[in-house]
Design a binder for this molecule. Structure first.
Ligand code: 3H9
Length: 587
């Protein structure tokens, strides 16, 4: 440090240190190659170099009769270093090291504990023997990152465990729900081709094909999005508040929780808490609502047990953990934890999702049909379209929210209302409400259902008639609406709101928003989340389209372009630097 009279100048000194990430030691006649790259011993370049040098050294050493490969600390290597995927590739490659291990004339043994995943399992499969602690877990989670095993896993696992087991492990990642895995169409197909090559071709040819498929996937937007989602989930846990942060805070045990409102959403949340074995108070304003909620919870729990989503034991215990109440006093000691956000109307998720729902209704008013909007958004990757969601949550909920807003503004709406407080208003939902089409609960809403409370949605020509009548009465000329327009208006309107949320400091990172969407709205993981999706498209393009829609729909304030987005788009700021431009942002 150089200390002057009025300033302190800090001089940064850098040391070049050779990082040793594989400890090589000889014990008796064993050479031990211990990977030491905490926390998960990922197979970074330094680790690969260490393993490569280690196996060469052990092969040469006359005193060594056998080689053990293991991991220090919590685990055997849990896979390739995902952070290196976006950097230029550096030799030695994993298969090259694996082949050296396989060709080693001394027995090479993988001693496995913790989580032996991805590249870690591939290394183990190259070894002549594998021994493991009973508690160890193995797997190929690459599919969750939009990849397939790329270091001979697709060739060696079928040879060791058989085609059926290999297909199951590689295509599901074992942690992925079947429904989600099915959506990974391209990956399933490439997995399939790679694993099939292990039967159809000699090992070398199969390996060549695997490498080619791995490269294709690594370069795909889908894989980048899934890698982003992996790190985003971990990033959001690193929260900072003026009076503490994730390092200093000590997690309190969750002994009791409360859910206020026993409607569809409240009951669903109760089921999640009960399934996790957490006691929960269910609060309602009257006995009728409370009993309806209890009935719904019982039926969902029974269904979950039948489907094997929760064990019968958890199902039985759930009844003892649920405490119905109509008294707020009962809730005074409950613990509350879901995502750190500043408060605003709609908080993060509902505020951002508001324009999404509104645009859906406007699109229908202009010419689309609810089933068309749903189909396009399901093709985009959402598990369920917005109008099916509205039928699920209740047409009356959307209606009552609008009525509350109107009341606050001192306005009375009619079926002819087209503007409220200077903003575009669509009374289509109100029409359905007045016709008693409240959604699934009444057996009809934007769709018709097999019965009241039914789940099978079918298109209803009555709905088309209602929409057409609405447009005729208001003199609206309906037009053809393209799929592109549907996706852009639904997604870009909420992305624009997302940037406003960042600018206002309601969330402090785009990752917070994306993880909310991945978990809260089952946003497709292979798109990363709406903010990552916007980044992939390019902020300039997104900004231009938002400006275009703002020009065309000046009475919808959600199209007023976000200032933050404008700045970021103008300077092509990379995603990891966005928050430096969000001047208003502080929790
Ligand atoms: C692969 O292997 C491809 C090959 O087939 C072919 C290659 C040619 N890389 O989750 P945690 C970080 S693909 C880099 O909180 P846990 C993570 O970000 C790979 N970093 O711990 C976090 O950092 P931070 C296949 C990684 O105990 C810290 O480690 N393998 C990696 O709850 C702790 O993580 C996988 O996909 C990685 N591979 O769970 C396994 N893994 O503290 C992915 C973790 O800065 N990993 N980090 O936030 C996991 O599933 C879990 O981390 C694991 C531990 C179960 C291992």
């Amino acid at each position: 440090f150089c200390v002057g009279t009025s300033y302190i100048l800090a001089v940064k000194v850098s040391y070049i240190v050779a990082v040793i990430m594989v400890d090589y030691k000889v014990q008796g006649s064993f050479a031990i190659l211990e990977v030491n790259n905490p926390p998960v011993n990922a197979l970074s370049h330094a680790v690969r170099s260490g393993l490569n040098d280690g196996i060469e050294k052990a092969s040469r050493d006359r005193n060594v009769k056998a080689v053990i490969v293991c991991g220090k600390g919590a685990t055997f290597p849990a896979g390739a270093d995902i952070r290196e995927f976006s950097k230029p590739k550096k030799e030695p490659w994993l298969p090259e090291i694996g082949h050296k291990m396989e060709k080693c004339e001394k027995p090479v043994i993988a001693a496995i504990h913790g989580t032996c995943l991805g590249g870690g399992l591939e290394i183990a499969l190259f070894c002549h023997y594998r021994i493991a602690l009973k508690t160890a877990r193995v797997g190929f989670p690459e599919v969750q990152l939009g990849l397939l095993p790329g270091a001979a896993g697709t060739q060696r696992l079928p040879r060791v465990a058989g085609l059926q087991v290999a297909m199951d492990m590689i295509s599901s990642g074992r942690h992925v729900l079947a429904t989600e895995a099915k959506k990974y169409g391209i990956i399933d197909e490439l997995c399939l081709k790679a694993v099939k090559a292990s039967v159809d071709f000699p090992y070398e040819k199969g390996l060549e094909m695997e490498t080619e498929f791995f490269k294709q996937l690594l370069g795909s937007g889908q894989s980048k999005a899934q890698q982003y989602a992996f790190f985003a989930e971990r990033t959001i846990a690193r929260w900072e508040m003026p009076n503490g942060n994730y390092r200093t805070a000590v997690a309190k045990p969750v002994k009791s929780t409360a859910v206020i409102g026993a409607g569809t959403m409240g009951s669903g949340i109760v089921v999640c808490l009960l399934s996790a074995g957490i006691p929960v108070y269910l609060m309602e304003q009257n006995e009728k609502f409370l009993n309806n909620g209890l009935k719904m919870i019982k039926s969902i729990m029974e269904g979950s047990v039948k489907l094997g989503k929760v064990s019968p034991e958890v199902g039985r215990k759930a009844a003892t953990l649920l405490k119905p109440t109509m008294n707020y006093n009962d809730l005074k000691d409950v613990d509350l934890i879901p995502v750190l956000v500043k408060t605003c109307r709609g908080f993060l998720a509902n505020r951002m999702h508001g324009p999404f729902g509104t645009e859906g209704t406007f699109l229908v008013e202009e010419g689309a049909l609810p089933s068309q909007v749903d189909r396009v958004m399901e093709d985009f990757g959402l598990p369920i379209g917005p109008f099916k969601v509205r039928d699920l949550s209740g047409v009356d909920i959307a209606y009552k929210i609008k009525q509350e807003v109107a009341k606050l503004l001192g306005i009375k709406t009619t079926l002819q209302t087209r503007f409220m407080n200077g903003e575009r208003y669509c009374a289509l939902n109100d029409r359905l409400f007045h016709l008693g089409r409240l959604g699934r609960k009444t057996g009809k809403g934007y769709y018709k259902y097999e019965k009241a409370g039914g789940k099978i949605a079918t298109e209803d020509s009555d709905v088309t008639d209602i929409i057409e009548k609405h447009c005729k009465e208001l003199g609206i000329q309906r037009r053809q609406i393209s799929s592109q327009e549907i996706v852009e208006r639904m997604m870009y309107s909420c992305i624009n709101e997302g940037f406003k949320i960042l600018e206002d400091g309601i969330a402090v990172r785009p990752e917070d928003i994306d993880v909310c969407y991945l978990y809260g709205f089952s946003f497709p993981r292979y798109l990363g989340g709406p903010m990552f999706y916007a980044n992939q498209i390019g902020l300039q393009r997104v900004y231009e389209r938002i400006c275009y829609y703002h020009e065309n729909f000046p009475y919808s304030p959600h199209w007023v372009p976000s200032r933050l987005l404008r700045k970021l788009a103008a300077k092509s700021v990379p995603m990891n630097e966005w928050m430096a431009y969000a001047t208003g942002s502080k929790l």
